[in-house]
Design a protein around this ligand. Structure first.
Ligand SMILES: [Zn+2]
Length: 151
């Protein structure tokens, strides 16, 4: 798993243009209820699939830790490719945080631009890997064989 996360981070860093971090965030796969009870605060149908914990989230929700990544287990209903793309999306947020871009300013929020970039990298990842993932049982191997990520 660590090797896969490393490859996803290399991709996130290359495409986003943020520097490759020295450490990877911890990634936790959690149940739907976790999101219902934390970020959606009791709303039954919470549609979050991935969550990066920035400083303000860590202060607001005692169940989570700054710089962790939570992935909804509902992702298993989708393809490996989709789940990995969500991890890539959250890794972009991790890099934005390390770059100091997530400090909240009540008068000016950059949130939209940060989300746009995370979705841009995620969509690029989906487009790039769709064919290989469908024809290869080992995703990490496919990416390496194709040379895409390590070029
Ligand atoms: Zn996002």
């Amino acid at each position: 798993m660590k090797e896969l996360y490393y490859e996803l981070m290399v991709y996130a860093a290359l495409v986003s243009g943020y520097p490759m971090p020295d450490v990877l965030p911890d990634v936790y796969f959690v149940e739907q209820e976790f999101f219902n009870e934390t970020i959606c605060q009791g709303i039954k149908k919470c549609s979050i699939v991935g969550w990066y914990i920035d400083q303000s989230d860590a202060e607001k929700y005692k169940e989570v830790k700054h710089q962790d990544v939570y992935i909804n287990n509902i992702g298993h209903q989708f393809s490996t490719e989709f789940t990995n793309s969500v991890i890539v999306h959250e890794f972009v947020h991790f890099n934005q945080d390390l770059a100091g871009l997530m400090k909240r300013n009540p008068e000016y929020s950059d949130e939209f631009r940060l989300e746009y970039k995370a979705y841009y990298v995620q969509n690029k990842y989906l487009k790039k890997n769709r064919a290989a993932v469908q024809s290869c049982p080992n995703f990490a191997m496919c990416v390496s064989v194709r040379g895409g990520v390590f070029q």
